[in-house]
Write a protein that binds this ligand. Structure first.
Ligand code: TEU
Ligand code: CA
Length: 541
């Protein structure tokens, strides 16, 4: 294998198109809006874009409910807008990955409309239908991630259908080979159109247990590891039968076979389950399944360096020749500046967590707005549009607070739109952090991202190197990254106090750009890490 393929160690910028930039002032971001801001994306120094879904959709889950896998929703533009986006990205040296939602379709998809029409149509078995128990109850104890049973009664077929997410997102039946063929055709459609890869939504959910066995209860529930909350009964089951089934491996191999016909394409699978790190390893080993996966392990509230180290150490142990991808924020979780920042020193923390993410081993997904250090937007109940938030309010406020429009300018409408009613409000708390405010400020989070991404590009150790962990405590992480005989020492201090560490190696400290607080080595052979600082040094041999 070529260990310098573009996706190894790549930084992938996640664009949530609804909230990126509104080119036609209808209040909703769109594909021409992404193209209009391509200079900005390229200016960050990332390698690729991951576009959240823009396909035809009733938008019950804001595009993660697809009713036509091979077309653009009119809200976002049309196919020529997509082609223009790809062309512009490629001219800017950026790869484009799109978000494939293969596990489930919209209930408005013609496949489901046909499937539910009766028991004997050609697509009768394309979704997961099951009879009620004799007393009318649901077939088993499986639950929806978004609350309630995973089964929805259909009064026409007089059967239940499975939905791991909203009841408007019926799960496709991957045990039916026709379904697999049809889905792979949609994947090939976009490969032919020039995409460079896919983010695979819920990549471990594709298969279910055909015997529909009940999930056992889960002991020792801890927050977050599968991306669900403790106030959701879903967290209290061990998900042995509704997802992460062994049959999935065969499908991932077929998918890889297809991708291998299109050179330089890639995949990053989203893995949310009780054994996510093992699953990530299994899905990426051997070069014949997925290229990369990410789990929810860094998307929880646990920002301690002990947790980060344990997560990284565990994956490294099991990974073999597999390759991980990490993110600390996305369109599903509270923004990291709030989740990990706890409203203390959010700017300094945004920079240091960025430095951590960009020095650990693996590719990286950055979520739009992270480069600005945006805090979570505070919304009132009647401003919510996410069904997940509406269902769990007030314990959980949903995902709208991380999806509000990106602030381009410090103006009422954030320079996002001219429409007085954007689909979600522009957060007042984010205006001072708008792109135009940070562009002119050398100390800003935005400059720190640009500068540090530049540092990362200049050091193949950070991009491709092996990792060896050294000292850590809850707020300090130190490790070595080695590649082709060169070794880099990395030390990170996420606390507001100085940290002093003895060091065995002889180090030559690299000068970091001024937006990033740097540690230093003093003459007693100790590393000194000021508050929220990072030290990068070459190890002398
Ligand atoms: O998310 C999968 C998933 O597990 C999430 O539902 C997650 O548990 C939750 O959002 C945590 O807050 C993917 C997409 O990223 C999400 O936007 C979709 O709603 C979901 O799949 C269904 O397609
Ligand atoms: Ca628009």
């Amino acid at each position: 294998t070529n260990n310098q393929e573009w996706w190894r160690g790549a930084v992938i910028y996640q664009v949530y198109p609804r909230s990126f930039f509104d080119s036609n002032n209808d209040g909703i971001g769109d594909l021409p809006g992404v193209t209009a801001k391509m200079d900005y994306i390229a200016s960050l120094g990332v390698d690729a874009i991951w576009l959240s879904p823009f396909f035809t959709s009733p938008m019950k889950d804001f595009g993660y409910d697809v009713s036509d896998y091979c077309d653009v929703d009119p809200i976002f533009g049309d196919m020529s807008d997509f082609d223009a986006l790809i062309e512009s990205a490629h001219q800017h040296g950026l790869k484009v990955m799109i978000d494939q939602v293969l596990n489930h379709s919209s209930d408005q998809h013609p496949w489901f409309v046909e499937s539910r029409s009766n028991h004997a149509n050609a697509k009768a078995d394309w979704y997961i239908w099951a009879d009620a128990n004799s007393d009318g109850t649901v077939p088993n104890n499986w639950l929806s991630v978004f609350g309630g049973p995973a089964w929805h009664w259909d009064s026409r077929r007089k059967q239940y259908y499975l939905h791991n997410f909203l009841d408007s997102q019926p799960d496709l039946n991957f045990h039916n080979p026709d379904v697999v063929d049809a889905l792979l055709e949609t994947v090939e459609f976009w490969l032919k159109r020039g995409v460079d890869g896919f983010r695979l939504d819920t990549a471990n959910y594709y298969y279910h247990d055909v015997e529909l066995r009940n999930n056992p209860p889960k002991e020792d529930v801890v927050e977050g590891s599968i991306g669900v909350r403790l106030d959701n009964p879903y967290a209290y089951q061990l998900h042995l039968y509704d997802k992460s089934r062994p049959e999935n491996i065969g499908f991932l191999q077929r998918l890889r076979g297809l991708l291998d016909q299109y050179p330089n394409t890639t995949t990053v699978g989203e893995v949310g389950c009780d054994f996510a790190l093992d699953t990530m390893a299994a899905y990426t080993q051997g070069g014949d399944k997925l290229h990369m996966c990410y789990s929810f392990d860094l998307l929880t509230h646990d920002s301690s360096m002990t947790h980060i180290r344990n997560t990284m150490q565990t994956i490294e142990t099991g990974l073999g020749d597999g390759w991980p991808c990490w993110s600390i924020g996305n369109h599903d979780v509270e923004r990291v500046a709030t989740r990990w920042g706890n409203n203390h020193d959010p700017i300094a923390k945004s920079k240091i967590y960025m430095a951590m993410l960009l020095t650990l081993r693996g590719s990286v997904c950055l979520y739009q707005g992270e480069e600005l250090g945006l805090p979570e937007a505070e919304l009132e109940f009647d401003q919510l549009v996410d069904p997940f938030g509406i269902a769990f309010w007030p314990e959980f406020k949903g995902r709208d607070g991380c999806r509000t429009p990106l602030p381009w300018k410090n103006e009422t409408l954030g320079g996002f739109t001219q429409n007085n009613q954007p689909w979600l409000p522009i957060a007042e708390s984010q205006r001072a952090l708008a792109v135009d405010m940070q562009d002119g400020n050398r100390d800003s989070v935005l400059h720190a991202y640009r500068d540090f991404l530049h540092v990362r590009r200049g050091h193949p150790e950070l991009r491709f190197g092996d990792i060896e962990f050294l000292y850590n405590d809850d707020t300090t992480l130190t490790f070595l990254r080695s590649f082709q005989g060169k070794r880099l020492y990395v030390a990170i201090n996420t606390s507001h106090q100085d940290k002093i560490l003895p060091v065995e190696q002889t180090l030559t400290v690299l000068t970091l750009p001024e937006a990033i607080p740097s540690g230093y080595v003093d003459h007693h052979n100790t590393v000194v890490l000021p508050p929220y600082s990072v030290l990068l040094a070459t190890v002398n041999t």
